[in-house]
Design a protein around this ligand. Structure first.
Ligand code: AR6
Length: 199
């Protein structure tokens, strides 16, 4: 695995590329990179939202996406609640809406599991990443940005969240060729960096 420093989209962003060339899973030319910054500012086809099953907004990255993306996103979420997801979006699944005023074309909403010390919910967290990539493939998306799903309000220890996120992206067959993990804190960035350094 090659590990190099690449250009950020502005000088305050730290971005590292870890090439996925030759790894098993993903696509042969998938690039996985890390960005220290705000996911709402990413210039990618799709950004992933760490939503809750109501799809009607919340705090953390969910709040930031709705604030910056504007009301069009919530309008589409409300329509989803009135149709396919009357009972809410189940944990581990993903669904796309417009990205409203964001520069991305799509927001892919996924619902991470709340961390539990007594129950292993790792499969649900892996599913969030797999289903987000599946939704991206359905839309023909080439580039996608993930936040640290479940590692904020939902309390998942960030090293473990990073291990699951990176492992799942690496092992999921997809046509997405540019996957960025966008980390809001130094702690999260360093955890994802450690996960990416592992083969
Ligand atoms: N860009 C990138 N990452 C961010 C941003 C941002 N603008 N803002 C926060 N983070 P969280 P969860 C990081 O709590 O744990 C919401 O209320 C944050 O530092 O957003 O899955 C939902 O509606 C952390 O590392 O998501 C749900 O109810 C990571 O994003 C619940 O929170 C995830 O933190 C979901 O909790």
């Amino acid at each position: 695995m090659r590990f190099t420093t690449g250009p950020g989209e502005n000088s305050s962003l730290l971005m590292r590329f870890v090439t996925g060339f030759g790894h098993s899973g993903g696509t042969a030319d998938m690039k996985i990179s890390l960005v220290r910054g705000d996911i709402t500012e990413q210039e990618v086809d799709a950004i992933v939202n760490a939503a809750n099953s109501s799809l009607l907004g919340g705090g953390g990255v969910d709040g930031a996406i709705h604030r910056k993306g504007g009301p069009e996103i919530l309008d589409e979420c409300r329509k989803l609640r009135a149709s396919h997801y009357a009972g809410g979006l189940p944990t581990g699944q993903a669904v796309a809406t417009t990205a409203g005023r964001l520069s991305a074309k799509w927001v892919i909403h996924t619902v991470g599991p709340v961390y539990s010390a007594s129950e292993d919910r790792s499969a649900q967290l892996a599913s969030c990443h797999r289903e987000s990539l599946r939704a991206a493939d359905d839309l023909g998306v080439a580039s996608i940005a993930f936040p640290a799903v479940s590692a904020g309000i939902y309390g998942w220890p960030v090293d473990d969240a990073a291990r699951i996120a990176v492992g799942t992206v690496r092992s999921t067959p997809t046509n997405v060729n540019d996957v960025r993990f966008v980390l809001f804190t130094d702690e999260a960035y360093e955890a994802y960096e450690r996960a990416l350094m592992k083969p």
